[in-house]
Design a protein around this ligand. Structure first.
Ligand SMILES: N[C@@H](CCC(=O)N[C@@H](CS)C(=O)NCC(=O)O)C(=O)O
Length: 126
């Protein structure tokens, strides 16, 4: 079972590498402004998780440079995720609001929808 999981993981990494989408052609000042807003976001994820690939591709397509933290390879990040979000499940978007509140958003589709709405970007064709 571990071998099958390992092989599937390699396949996901290869597909991620081969089909990684391009980012948008955005004015550099506009990108700087978006990056400033994105400093309040962190994506907890695994490199070879298909749901995480889906979220990373959406971020890439839309030019959203959000910090990613690999909770599989880094125990500290896994601990942060469990203590903050309540579950060791990825992807999870940590949103640190200006008023000090923190939201931990699970579910890849919810994360993608939220980011599209938040940054008023054109939803991806499915
Ligand atoms: N429906 C969820 C599925 C997420 C999911 O199953 N993630 C797996 C990794 S691919 C996970 O975190 N499993 C728990 C673990 O690995 O400990 C989504 O779309 O985000």
């Amino acid at each position: 079972m571990a071998v099958i999981r390992w092989i599937l993981g390699r396949i996901i990494l290869l597909v991620d590498f081969l089909y990684n989408p391009k980012g948008p052609n955005r004015d550099s000042q506009e990108q700087v402004n978006i990056d400033k807003q994105l400093a309040n976001y962190t994506l907890y994820q695994y490199a070879a998780c298909p749901f995480c690939v889906k979220v990373r591709w959406s971020m890439k397509r839309q030019g959203l440079n959000i910090e990613t933290r690999d909770a599989k390879r880094n125990q500290q990040f896994a601990d942060e995720l469990v203590s903050g979000g309540g579950q060791l499940k990825v992807p999870c978007l940590k949103i640190s609001e200006a008023n000090g509140n923190t939201t931990w958003m699970y579910e890849s589709s919810n994360i993608i929808d939220y980011l599209e709405q938040q940054f008023l970007l054109v939803p991806e064709a499915s």
